[in-house]
Design a protein around this ligand. Structure first.
Ligand code: ADP
Ligand code: ADP
Ligand code: MG
Length: 451
């Protein structure tokens, strides 16, 4: 592979371009008119403007992206996360144009990208799923019948959902119809697809996910788990690897289920199997058929560069390590830095970065696309960077994160670092016993903290 077009923006585009440069692979950035001064455009060897600020005109514009790839002679496209990364039609078009899509093949995206279809596949693969509907439900009334069988509370979820959107809890039959219709409307607006399915609402679970790597020859390994239970509105805020409280036995069992799931669907490239963990019981919730935001914590404890592995796999190389050779070293934590105002209900906040100081030192990593003087455009996701630490123990990693947040300076836009600071300094986080209910339960206290 000699030239890769990166069909994304922000920190993940920069992350991918850096990996390519280190491998001696040429890069092509694509950008919207709102992103002409973006870092990914400056770092890439070549850059092509693909349309206006709205994602539908640019980062979701398949025709313009493929034209850019063909006209610059790119061999492959890396889709990053979000945008076209889980779009089977786009993967298929790449294939038709003779361009390698760095990810699984289109049929697998079709099977696993749709969450209700993925549930059906996993039932066949004998991977435990949350009790719920067999695939999608046809109507509110069909949903009510399923909910009665499963037992309240239930979670009504969009098959096409992502980023924590398109889901609503119904505590009882009285609430069902309204919750269903609201979730359906949100799904229709956000994803253009209002297919819904039902799951039992698992109370206060941990979100535990497994990173997997699979080559074209049927070899599949996992790189251990990440605990992503610190969530606000079903969106991850702080992630870590490994999980602070999981036993080796349970890790092996869940890891095996994740590998089986990937094998069953003929998966290829990097992917993540997400589970909910309640006591010792675990349930599959979804597969993400792409690189994930929180992949760095896995990289830090395994020493494996997942983006470079993705490129190698897509080039037809065999996995170079076996499951037994995957070694876990120390502990890693990531804080997602969002340009938002926690005090104003986390309202996204665009504007100019007036002052920027990034800490350094052993075991510290900052993945971002911001620089001093950069103007954050208002059109895209509010995540502007990720602060990642690695240390020998969990306790040392927490301390390292604390010191890093105390030192970092980002001025000009509101951000959530004080909120992250409150989370990592809490007793619950120190003990590792937190679950997905942690932020909602302690929101007032978490909002009070100052760095
Ligand atoms: P991860 O599972 O990697 O933590 P998130 O769910 O936070 O990923 O999503 C990563 C990015 O992709 C976010 O910017 C999110 O808004 C976006 N995203 C995720 N799923 C979808 C989707 N189905 N459609 C559009 N954007 C999505
Ligand atoms: P997305 O595609 O938006 O990432 P997921 O299905 O992965 O959606 O769910 C996101 C989060 O929502 C989970 O990490 C968890 O906190 C919560 N969640 C999802 N399904 C359930 C469930 N059945 N019971 C309780 N919480 C759930
Ligand atoms: Mg998810």
């Amino acid at each position: 592979m000699q030239k890769i077009l990166v069909a994304n923006r922000g920190e993940i585009a920069v992350r991918i371009i850096r990996a390519c440069m280190q491998e001696g692979i040429e890069t092509v950035a694509v950008y919207s008119t709102a992103d002409k001064d973006a870092l990914h455009v400056q770092l890439a060897d070549d850059a092509v403007c693909i349309g206006g600020p709205n994602s539908t005109d640019s980062y979701l514009n398949m025709k313009n992206i493929l034209t850019a790839a063909v006209s610059t002679g790119a061999d492959a496209i890396h889709p990053g996360f979000g945008f076209l990364s889980e779009n089977a039609k786009f993967a298929r078009l790449c294939e038709e144009f003779g361009i390698v899509f760095i990810g699984p093949n289109a049929d697998v995206i079709d099977k696993m990208g749709n969450k209700s279809k993925a549930r059906e596949m996993m039932v066949k693969a004998k991977v435990p799923v949350v009790p719920g509907s067999d695939g999608a439900v046809e109507s509110v009334y069909a949903g009510i019948i399923v909910a009665k069988e499963v037992g309240y509370p239930v979670l009504i979820k969009a098959s096409a959902g992502g980023g924590g959107r398109g889901m609503r809890v119904a505590e009882s039959e009285d609430e069902f119809k309204k919750a269903f219709e609201m979730a359906q409307l949100e799904a229709k607006n956000a994803f253009g697809d209002d297919t819904m399915y039902i799951e039992r609402f698992v109370k206060d679970p941990k979100h535990i996910e497994f990173q997997i790597l699979a080559d074209k020859y049927g070899n599949v390994i996992h790189l251990g788990e990440r605990d992503c239970s610190v969530q606000r509105r079903n969106q991850k805020v702080v992630e870590e690897a490994p999980c602070g409280i999981i036993s080796k036995d349970l890790r092996d069992k869940m890891g095996e289920a994740a590998v089986n799931a990937a094998k069953f669907v003929g998966y290829e490239n990097a992917g993540t199997i997400e589970f909910l963990l309640s006591g010792e019981e675990f349930f599959f919730i979804e597969m993400n058929t792409r690189i994930q935001v929180e992949h760095p914590v896995t990289e830090m404890i395994t020493g494996i560069d997942i983006v470079k592995e993705q490129i190698k796999i897509a080039s037809g190389k065999k996995l170079s390590i076996s499951q037994e050779e995957v070694k876990f070293n120390g502990h890693s934590i990531e804080c997602r830095i969002n340009a938002e105002n926690p005090k104003l209900n986390f309202r996204p906040n665009a504007g100019e970065i007036k002052l920027l100081h990034i800490p350094g030192g052993f075991g510290l990593r900052f993945d971002s696309a911001i620089y001093q003087g950069y103007k954050i455009p208002p059109f895209y996701d509010s995540m502007i960077g990720k602060l990642i630490v690695h240390a020998e123990t969990r306790e040392a990693a927490i301390k390292k994160m604390r010191v890093a947040i105390e030192e970092i300076i980002i001025e000009g836009v509101e951000h959530n670092l004080a909120f992250c600071y409150a989370i990592i300094n809490s007793d619950e986080f120190a003990k590792g016993v937190f679950n997905t209910g942690f932020i909602p339960k302690h929101i007032d206290r978490l909002l009070e903290t100052k760095i």
